[in-house]
Design a protein around this ligand. Structure first.
Ligand SMILES: Cc1ncc(COP(=O)(O)O)c(C=O)c1O
Length: 498
């Protein structure tokens, strides 16, 4: 067991990220006549470019940088090293699940037999890919405990929208008009956005002081106009909701559906199944749960799993296996909501998810869930005396910590963590002034201990040297930014000096 770091120890450790001299822009490195390409001699008749490009050249030649190949490579490599990445740094970004992506997934996804396919190829030519998608579809149905899955949606939010469209089609088919969707007040921001995209109204169900949704309040809100409750489990405050069967009954008694946002499935893989506790529809975030390099909007995939009564409304085409063992795209689905994604979805991401599931197997997936939960709870226990934990554990895959120090806020803590080479947790959401910490299952105890050491040293600094914190980060290429000016007066254009 590593001992907690003193602030002095931390200062030494902080050297992991060095202040660096500013990297000149490519424009500033430009040398007239330099070039990163050597084009062969012209073997077509020359043309007058001012005639071809007339208006574009009217203001004279554009001042594009002229840089040699080596300088170009060094420039981008230097910039790449300045980025935070999961391959270099601990990244406990709650809700977003930034976990290590095993290299085997990348190798499989890059295999030419999968990566170089064209979506217009005949089914007979792409049997391998179709079999993979069919098997993934079957695996995801098994993990969800629901009979059918569509792989089409291209992100978690897209899965939400698809799920709501399926619910809508089901109710419409029964002649029911249900414009309302409910969601707990801790819902991920994409949930209300998806409701709006589907033309539904959105109402918040309050949470109890302990962080769980108030089931009595829900019971009063559900009526014959309610299409669904969208609820994330485990929730964005890191709590597993054990009242799901009761919640499902309240909804089903009024003909409404239970939609589970399954973006946090890494906390329950193979341990429990949403279909077994009453869920009608759920989406996966394959890029979070089954690994894919992601962040800030993609790439992703949001497969949707549904109960039997919603099967007819799934998007088409669906990948199927014929009796002779061959695989095909099936368009014969008259009640389908149609296509929600061009071609066959984000196949690159889906291949990675399949490789991840198959390389881990049943026991490996259960291990993912156990370690995701164990790691979050370990951190919570070690930090609970220095930071306020507003909701009682045990936690699922993440937890909320609130810094309560005079004159120091969550942004200061986040910035100071950068000095230790640690990416800040998610901030200020889903409750004010909080840090949402998700270590994920992939981190070693040594890394978790290093994070605890940094957090405890920061807590110490918050009491004894708050100014140092307020001015953090100190060791990063760019120091504390004026975020308001960056937002209001953003100007990223390079202007020539002469
Ligand atoms: C709980 C939850 N729901 C939905 C989403 C949206 O997923 P995506 O970013 O793939 O659209 C996320 C993303 O992190 C999430 O954490």
């Amino acid at each position: 067991m590593t001992t907690a770091a003193t602030p002095t120890m931390m200062a030494k450790e902080n050297m992991s990220i060095q202040p660096q001299s500013p990297t000149p822009l490519l424009f500033e490195q430009s040398v007239s006549g330099a070039s990163a390409v050597a084009l062969p001699a012209l073997d077509v008749p020359p043309v007058d470019r001012s005639q071809m490009l007339g208006a574009m050249l009217a203001e004279g030649d554009r001042p594009l940088p002229e840089v040699g190949e080596l300088d170009l490579v060094r420039h981008y490599t230097r910039l790449a090293h300045r980025c935070f990445s999961i391959d270099e740094n601990f990244y406990p970004l709650g809700s977003c699940t930034m976990k290590y992506n095993p290299r085997i997934n990348e190798r499989v996804a890059a295999m030419p037999g999968l990566a170089a396919l064209h979506p217009y190829q005949n089914d007979a030519d792409v049997q391998g890919m179709l079999e993979l998608l069919f098997r993934l579809r079957t695996d995801l149905a098994e993990i969800a405990g629901l009979p059918e899955v569509t792989l089409q949606p291209a992100a978690g939010a897209h899965g939400e929208m698809t799920g709501l469209m399926i619910i809508n089609a089901y109710h419409r088919d029964r002649g029911e008009v249900r414009p309302k969707v409910l969601a707990p007040d801790t819902a991920h921001g994409t949930n209300p956005a998806s409701c709006t995209m589907c033309g539904k109204t959105y109402s918040q169900v309050p949470s109890l002081a302990g962080g769980h949704m108030d089931v009595d309040a829900l019971a009063k809100m559900v009526d014959e106009e309610t299409a669904a409750l969208m609820i994330t489990n485990p929730s964005t405050v890191g709590l597993f909701d054990s009242k799901f069967s009761e919640i499902a009954k309240i909804l089903h008694d009024k003909g409404a559906m239970l939609y589970m946002d399954g973006a946090n499935m890494n906390a329950m893989l193979g341990v429990t199944r949403p279909g077994d506790f009453g869920v009608d529809v759920m989406h996966y975030n394959t890029h979070k749960t089954f690994s894919t390099p992601h962040g800030c909007g993609g790439p992703g995939a949001g497969p949707v799993a549904v109960a039997e009564h919603l099967r007819p409304y799934l998007p088409k085409p669906q990948v199927v296996q014929h009796e002779d063992g061959t695989f095909a795209w099936d368009y014969d689905s008259p009640k389908s909501i149609g296509k929600v994604r061009s071609f066959y979805g984000q196949t690159g991401v889906l291949v990675r998810a399949y490789a991840y599931i198959r390389s881990l197997g049943n026991d490996g997936l259960v291990d993912v869930a156990r370690k995701a939960v164990l790691n979050a709870n370990y951190l919570a226990v070690r930090l609970k005396d220095a930071y306020k934990l507003p909701f009682d554990g045990p936690y699922a895959h993440e937890f909320i910590a609130v810094p309560e120090f005079e004159g120091v806020n969550e942004v200061d803590i986040a910035k100071r963590l950068l000095d230790s080479g640690i990416h800040p947790p998610t901030m200020s959401w889903p409750i004010a002034h909080c840090l949402m910490i998700e270590p994920t299952e992939t981190e070693s105890k040594a890394t978790l201990d290093r994070f605890v050491d940094a957090m405890l040293a920061i807590a110490d600094e918050a009491k004894n040297d708050p100014n140092h914190l307020k001015n953090a980060p100190h060791n990063t290429p760019i120091q504390r930014m004026d975020v308001v000016a960056a937002n209001r007066k953003l100007d990223v254009r390079w202007k020539p000096t002469s």
